[in-house]
Design a protein around this ligand. Structure first.
Ligand code: TXA
Ligand code: MG
Length: 341
């Protein structure tokens, strides 16, 4: 049965706290993307998240906390180096995969013996966790497979009638999800790149990058179950173009018989806005500023569908710092359609 979805502002956070305590799920802003949260210790509450998103049951959730004191109850031991990373990067966009305690229901960890935990750097998220006095399990607040929401409106488009409440905290900051770091192996291993970069982590620890990070689409048995699914994708076909001759290649492709008769757009860097005569061009921000690209990415992928485009060509970024996260999301959105120019 459809529920009425209410959008509230920060001054009515009490109502969101009450819903969480009653075992309901609520969408709320974090510094990365909007999350869809519920009491992480309550299996039935968490099942409502999976139902609302249409999320596969084998994809585990991140547990959000507001204080380091919560760690001991939720985990079964934690490498001292992981503790160092918490002290350095929390609150912030870093989720640590740790051995889980018996307190974490199987539904949260999708049957794994580990749990991903993070402390978000957003006042409303922290306040929601603090006042509800609970750890909050929260995936991104989108329908499974679509781009993550960076504004309350995006959540409403995806989940209207499926969840009782959205806390509107305005646009999120980072725009891509947190870095997921597996701390149950040595060296620690990045499963999903995000706001805390590999370069930053390597100042404190030896870090591997999971090969799935660089995969185009579907991997059968990845360490992070989420990496298995096509993700972050609009309905339009996404084609990622990398290399030295990006505008030339996109212009050629757009005029080739393969794409004849289709409505074509380009996500381009600011320097190339005039390079695509006749095509709909959306601005990812300056070429050497992947942070801006990250902040705009999901909103632009949603705009692609609103504009009714059939195909969108996306200019690739250099894969360092936050550019690694941007390219990871673009590869997942593009699936096998990555073209070297
Ligand atoms: O920034 C974020 O991380 C946002 C905000 C809301 O906090 N959340 C988020 O959650 O992106 P979600 O569910 O969309 O992505 C969680 C990712 C998935 O790829 C999942 O497979 C992985 O983290 N993950 C969760 N628990 C894991 C575990 N125990 N082991 C390995 N991967 C795990
Ligand atoms: Mg997600």
């Amino acid at each position: 049965m459809a529920v009425k979805t209410r959008v509230i502002q920060a001054d009515r956070l009490d109502e969101a706290v009450a819903l969480i305590k009653q075992g309901e799920c609520v969408a709320f802003p974090t510094e990365t993307v909007y999350g869809l949260g519920a009491n992480a210790l309550d299996e039935e509450a968490v099942s409502k998240i999976f139902a609302a998103k249409g999320r596969p049951a084998d994809n585990p959730l991140i547990v959000h906390i507001c204080s380091m004191d919560q760690i001991d109850d939720l985990t079964a031991g934690c490498h001292p180096l992981a503790k160092d990373l918490m002290r350095r990067f929390w609150p912030g966009p870093l989720s640590l995969v740790l051995p889980k305690s018996h307190q974490i229901p199987g539904i949260v960890s999708a049957g794994l013996d580990t749990v991903a935990i993070r402390m978000p750097d957003h006042p409303l998220a922290l306040e929601l966790i603090r006042r509800s006095e609970l750890p909050i399990a929260a995936p991104s607040a989108n329908i499974s497979g679509s781009p993550s929401p960076t504004r309350a409106e995006h959540v409403l488009v995806d989940l209207d009638g499926r969840i009782p409440m959205i806390v509107d905290g305005g646009p999120t900051g980072w725009g891509v999800e947190s870095t997921v770091l597996d701390c149950t192996c040595l060296p620690f291993r990045v499963l999903r790149p995000g706001g805390v970069t590999v370069e930053q982590l390597r100042q404190f620890a030896e870090i591997d990058i999971d090969p799935a990070v660089f995969h185009n689409g579907v991997t059968e048995k990845p360490r992070s179950p989420g990496l298995k699914y096509r993700h972050y994708a609009p309905k339009a076909e996404v084609v990622l173009v990398v290399g030295d001759r990006i505008p030339e290649t996109i212009n050629q492709l757009a005029r080739s018989p393969e794409y004849a008769g289709r409505k074509i757009g380009v996500l381009a860097v600011s320097e190339h806005l005039d390079a695509y005569p006749g095509l709909t061009v959306l601005d990812l921000g300056p070429r050497h500023d992947p942070k801006t690209a990250a902040a705009r990415l999901y909103s632009l992928l949603r705009a692609v569908d609103q504009l009714g485009l059939d195909v969108v060509f996306v200019e690739g970024f250099v894969e360092k710092e936050i550019g690694l996260a941007v390219m990871n999301r673009l590869r997942k959105a593009a699936g096998s359609r990555v073209i070297q120019s």
